[in-house]
Write a protein that binds this ligand. Structure first.
Ligand SMILES: [Fe+2]
Length: 267
């Protein structure tokens, strides 16, 4: 998992073949960095269109107006108690509380701290492939209920307006997911949003989820991307998890522009 492409300028016209190559690398690498970019927010949204359809994010908090598909992710947005802070430090995949979660997320780095900073990823194909049969047999064919406010979630999540809340009722997704483009199976979990496994009592479901998470979080399934200014990193939410790291002086600004690309119903 993980690839870095260089010598590509996303603010220039790319040929159909170049775009097809990038899409193919994205599917193969799961996390693809296109290094050394210089992108206005509109150019960033256009670069996202190589891979899919940027969507306007439901939660309005960090949305830009020009264009409205781009949001700003910063340790300086919406300060908790006036202090800079980092969100998304627990393993997750984006937007799993939607019936059709975003297929991919792209970040473009616009400000980085002086010390090296990373985003960490888990290869969810490898997690399933490396799972002991006994554990796999217990999840095959089962569904998990994902909620915005999960009973088990540890992350601090943004407050939703009543309208935003009404648009995201609880959803159920299969634990073993088949990727719609590669046909490969992966473990589809989101520790931030999974509340329980359907058809089990809560205690039994909690034990099984603990076991799944312990297996999935092993270092052998991980890859860390070390950021450079001008990196555009796009990852596949259908077969990866990610988390932000905090090993830097968080009074220094770390800021990204973000796109979420429209996805489909997990099967
Ligand atoms: Fe995320």
């Amino acid at each position: 998992m993980g690839g870095i492409a260089t010598g590509i300028e996303l603010n220039q016209m790319l040929s159909h073949d170049n775009k097809a190559q990038l899409c193919s690398w994205f599917l193969d690498c799961q996390v693809l960095c296109i290094r050394g970019q210089s992108l206005t927010p509109y150019q960033f949204a256009d670069a996202g269109r190589i891979f899919g359809t940027p969507q306007v994010q439901l939660l309005g908090d960090y949305r830009m107006n020009d264009p409205k598909e781009v949001t700003v992710i910063s340790n300086y947005n919406k300060l908790a108690g006036g202090k800079p802070h980092v969100r998304a430090t627990h393993w997750h995949t984006d937007d799993s509380y939607f019936a059709e979660p975003a297929k991919a997320t792209a970040l473009y780095s616009v400000a980085l701290p002086s010390a090296q900073t990373k985003t960490e990823f888990i290869n969810s194909y490898a997690v399933l492939e490396g799972m002991p049969d006994a554990l796999r047999n217990r999840i095959q064919g089962r569904y998990a209920v994902h909620k915005y406010h999960s009973r088990r979630g540890k992350a601090i999540v943004a407050t939703r307006t009543p309208e935003e809340e009404a648009l995201t009722p609880d959803v159920r997704h299969p634990l073993v997911r088949t990727h719609p483009e590669t046909g490969r199976e992966s473990l589809y979990i989101n520790p931030n949003r999974i509340d329980h496994i359907e058809g089990m009592d809560l205690a039994e479901s909690d034990l099984l989820l603990d076991e799944l998470f312990e297996h999935a979080f092993q270092e052998c399934f991980q890859y860390a991307h070390a950021w450079e200014l001008g990196d555009m990193v796009i990852w596949d939410n259908r077969c990866t998890m990610h988390r932000a790291t905090t090993s830097f002086d968080i009074t220094e600004r770390r800021e990204f522009h973000r796109l979420l690309l429209k996805g489909d119903k997990p099967v």
